[in-house]
Design a binder for this molecule. Structure first.
Ligand code: NAD
Ligand code: IPM
Ligand code: MN
Length: 365
């Protein structure tokens, strides 16, 4: 088998963590006898510098011709004052919309070795394993009209029936394969668009009577994630609420630098760490590459159907953490502080170790 992957490293720590993910992908592909063909393209601020646009039509076309897209991160202080359509972030939004990536999966899982690294207490965290399923191509991010002048600024939060129905279906189907529980998060006590969302989710639920459904207001949900995260299985929500709640969920894992994501549609797929370009640490080899490496594992799983490879990548990350290797964001007393590159090399060594243990039958996943 051969797969074409478009790499969009982007800005800030984007290129550093993309390089890490690619190194791991190459080793995993070689072990499992698949060939990966990489094409690297510009996106975000780095594209703006060269082309005066954050995403060219050519790059978009290259993504249409791919089997999967991997993105590092976009944005940075240098481009903050540009008009909205030229900001680095606009490229990512255009890409998501153009590729039809309506479903964004962000898994918040606690690694045992990191239970002490979070700002939350260990006994609150242990056993937490939920996913944020964020609607990604609708809502206030894309609603019209939008704009601002000297007197006012405005955006429109709008959802169509089709948009809510398809993401709700995915939520129930996903829950069926996990803890059989969906929590739909909205603001139906204030927003009509949320009442509409809730009605459609209730309708779709009729097709999935074996899955439990509850609704929660977004302000309460933010509180519940830090109060008792174990109560969640699939947290279904809209574009803006999902953006905010997934960063909160990031801290469940100990750091935003740990949280991976997959953005899926009917045909295309994109994988990216949830974190941004982290301008405060960019270019110094200090970024945590685990979110990016774990996003690569999601690519093997969802786009290539290589569940075994994905599992071994995840286990290799876990082993590196068990051996007390830490980048700065997850460092704690008694651990070894390592660079982006060192962490990546350790994960690769453990990948090979676990792969060989499996072949000998001494390690079972
Ligand atoms: P950020 O996620 O870049 O950083 C928030 C904090 O987390 C920073 O202190 C940063 O150092 C830390 N952090 C993030 N990732 C880390 C990692 N892998 N390892 C160690 N520490 C890490 O969020 P921000 O500062 O609000 O945004 C910076 C820029 O990134 C903005 O331009 C924003 O629009 C953009 N952004 C892009 C994406 C994306 O491309 N998907 C996502 C979020 C933010
Ligand atoms: C994310 C980011 C993006 C979003 C930005 C960079 C457009 O914060 O992927 O979480 O808001 O969706
Ligand atoms: Mn975000």
């Amino acid at each position: 088998m051969s797969y074409r992957i478009v790499l969009l490293p982007g800005d800030g720590i984007g290129p550093e963590v993309t390089e890490a993910a690619v190194k791991v992908m190459k080793v995993a592909a070689e072990s499992f006898n698949v060939s990966l063909e990489f094409k690297t393209e510009l996106i975000g601020g780095s594209s703006y510098e060269k082309n005066k646009t954050p995403l060219t039509d050519d790059v978009l076309q290259t993504c249409y011709d791919s089997d999967a897209v991997f993105l590092g991160a976009v944005g940075g202080p240098k481009w903050e004052t540009l008009p909205h359509n030229l900001k680095p972030e606009a490229a990512l939004l255009k890409l998501r919309k153009a590729l039809g990536l309506y479903a964004n999966i962000r898994p918040a899982k606690v690694y045992d070795a990191l239970a002490d690294s979070s700002s939350l207490k260990k006994e609150i965290l242990t056993g937490t394993d939920f996913i944020v399923l964020r609607e990604l191509t609708g809502g206030i991010y894309f609603g019209e009209p939008r704009g601002f002048d000297e007197k006012r600024g405005f955006n429109t939060m709008v959802y169509t029936h089709v948009e809510v129905e398809r993401i709700a279906k995915m939520a129930f189907k996903t829950a069926r394969g996990r803890g059989k529980k969906v929590t739909s998060v909205d603001k139906a006590n204030v927003l009509e668009v949320s009442q509409f969302w809730r009605n459609v989710v209730n309708d779709v639920h009729k097709e999935f009577p074996d899955v439990e459904l509850n609704h929660m207001y977004v302000d309460n949900a933010a509180m519940q994630i830090v109060r008792n995260p174990r109560q969640f299985d699939v947290l279904l929500t809209s574009n803006l609420f999902g953006d905010i709640l997934s960063d909160i969920a990031g801290m469940i894992t100990g750091s935003l630098g740990m949280l991976p994501s997959a953005s899926l549609g009917n045909r295309y797929s994109l994988y990216e760490p949830v974190h941004g370009s982290a301008p405060d640490i960019a270019g110094r080899g200090r970024a945590n590459p685990i979110a990016a490496i774990s996003s690569a594992a999601m690519m093997f799983n969802y786009s290539f159907g290589m569940q075994k490879a994905a599992e071994i990548i995840e286990k290799a990350i876990e082993r590196a953490l068990q051996k007390n290797l830490r980048t700065g964001d997850i460092d704690s007393v008694g651990c070894e502080l390592v660079s982006t590159e060192q962490m990546t090399d350790h994960v690769i060594n453990y990948f090979t170790e676990i792969y060989n243990e499996q072949a000998l039958g001494v390690f079972t996943l």
